[in-house]
Design a protein around this ligand. Structure first.
Ligand code: HEC
Ligand code: HEC
Length: 472
């Protein structure tokens, strides 16, 4: 068996569905007898044109985050990175892929975290750009807060006032919000609460930082698995529950809220994000590296078309993608509801956004929450383990056989290895949640229930289906 080994460096942001009966091939996903809910099509919205090359350049060199650690201090603490996975030139070549080297407005050269902290992963010594990072640790961010405070103290002692000034904006925002985005298990992402926290401290029109939050901050930290970037080009709406409508560029630039000074700066940054969108639309899913049993895959394709395509679309040259989202929990999907409920139950956040700078101008964005999740495109699904929006299901077969889903399972974070036959990060099944590296599906937000659409298939049919899924 060929397997991949990860050697991802530990440098994160802070270290940084009554059961469904599917019979036949038409919409026989009868909403249950007590429900009239049906999948709802999501309409497309107009997007700005951009230049993909400029977009890529901005992602790996750009200054959408405008405060960070002085380059000299960063390299003193972490040393220089030898990998240069992105093949960058200049000082950027010497920092890990998840950081850019940019100039602060006061002239100081600083190292800033980027999208690639969450949206890239190293598998078998190769960086997969746009693959969701499953190795971040959001379980102990109060330690992250101390880390940041120590760093700024250090910065104060050893460096010029200008260098200290360059760290201020990011240390202020991160140390205010980090303690409030703690997840229960390692490997899941806290970007959804991060977005809420970021806007809570910002004036909706001027985007200026406010020390006291202007909005009520929800208690729960919703865990998510980071979706692959190459899926965006098929989507009419962004995010797991499809609530990101209108100009995608406005959502893509949300990280800028970490350090944005005011709406004038946001306007300048936003001009680059049509280019970033153009780049994201060009990204293709990586091809499965091992031999595929073509006969099995052809049998699997027929099963897929009958059982799965109505939600997930068809693939190949004449592929179609229905852009549907599915109502939960009463009838159809039944996966964990915390994420969509949190989007629904925090109207203060939705209202903030829909009246904010982001919702104004010629290319406005809008948040339109609903109680459902989008059925994602499955391109490159072989490499996107763990599965479901909360990453609760470790391997692909278990997505189509709910009976084999483990309640407690743990990935080996010390020596993470991708198993290209199981289509999973190698994992161990536990009897209990012995520590934070063990995924605990009994917790609120972390449930592995729902998506029972493969349960009625035979063992042979499922095997053929998995073989087909490897080809996408
Ligand atoms: C702290 C981690 C983190 C950072 C940093 C981050 N993202 Fe994300 N991103 C996420 C998570 C988590 C989601 C899924 C959220 C959801 O759908 O509810 C996501 C979703 C996305 C999506 C997919 C939307 C979809 O529906 O397919 C895109 C595209 C994206 N982010 C782009 C970016 C860009 C561009 C940046 C940098 C400017 C960035 N992200 C920075 C964590 C992050
Ligand atoms: C009624 C619509 C529907 C049908 C039918 C359906 N799915 Fe899904 N599927 C979804 C939705 C919605 C999600 C997202 C659920 C979530 O993340 O909570 C999903 C998620 C998935 C995922 C996880 C993707 C990821 O990256 O996490 C896989 C894999 C998948 N489906 C495969 C299949 C296969 C194979 C079939 C056929 C046996 C199938 N689905 C049938 C709606 C459907």
């Amino acid at each position: 068996m060929l397997s991949f080994k990860s050697n991802n460096a530990k440098k994160g942001i802070v270290g940084i569905v009554l059961t469904i009966l599917i019979i036949g091939s038409s919409w026989m996903i009868e909403p249950n007898i007590f429900s009239t809910e049906k999948p709802i099509p999501i309409p497309p919205s107009k997007q700005q044109e951009g230049n993909a090359e400029l977009g890529y350049n901005y992602l790996i060199y750009g200054d959408f985050i405008k405060s960070g650690l002085p380059y000299t201090i960063f390299t003193k603490i972490f040393g220089k990175d030898e990998n240069n996975y992105l093949g960058r030139t200049g000082k950027a070549a010497t920092v890990p892929a998840g950081f850019n080297v940019v100039k602060h407005t006061n002239g100081t050269q600083i190292v800033v975290p980027t999208c690639l902290q969450c949206h890239s992963q190293i598998v078998d010594g190769k960086l997969f750009l746009g693959l969701g990072n499953t190795e971040l640790d959001f379980t102990n961010l109060s330690a992250g807060k101390e880390w940041l405070q120590n760093l700024s103290r250090l910065a104060m002692k050893n460096v010029a006032p200008k260098q200290y000034e360059a760290t201020l904006s990011i240390t202020t925002s991160l140390s205010t919000i980090a303690p409030l985005m703690r997840t229960e298990v390692k490997g899941v992402n806290a970007a959804d609460p991060l977005a809420i926290l970021l806007v809570a401290h910002r004036d909706p029109y001027t985007l200026e930082w406010k020390e006291k939050p202007l909005l009520d901050i929800p208690d729960e930290v919703v865990p998510t698995d980071v979706p692959a970037w190459w899926l965006l080009k098929k989507k009419n709406a962004m995010f797991y529950n499809g609530f990101g409508r209108g100009d995608f560029g406005k959502f893509l630039m949300l990280s800028n809220l970490l350090t944005v000074k005011d709406s004038a700066e946001a306007r300048e940054v936003s001009t680059h994000f049509s280019d970033v969108l153009a780049f994201l639309k060009k990204l293709e899913a990586p091809t499965y590296p091992n031999k595929i049993n073509i006969q099995q895959a052809q049998i699997g394709e027929k099963i897929f078309v009958t059982t799965c395509s109505k939600c997930h679309g068809t693939y190949g040259e004449k592929g179609t993608y229905p852009n549907l989202y599915l109502l939960i929990p009463s009838s159809i999907i039944q996966t964990d509801s915390l994420l969509f409920k949190s989007n629904y139950q925090n109207p203060q956040f939705i209202n903030w956004f829909n009246k904010s700078w982001f919702a104004q101008g010629e290319n406005p964005a809008k948040l339109s929450p609903s109680n459902g999740y989008v059925a994602p495109p499955l391109d490159g699904v072989w490499i996107t383990a763990p599965y479901l929006h909360n990453g609760s299901v470790p391997n692909l077969e278990a997505v189509i056989n709910s009976k084999i889903r483990p309640t407690y399972w743990g990935k080996d974070f010390k020596n993470p290895t991708y198993d290209t036959e199981q289509l999973a990060w190698k994992y161990t099944i536990y009897d209990a949640a012995v520590n934070k590296t063990v995924y605990n599906t009994t917790l609120n937000g972390y449930s592995n229930k729902g998506h029972y659409f493969g349960d009625q298939l035979s063992i042979e049919e499922r095997k053929a289906l998995v073989e087909y899924l490897k080809t996408l």
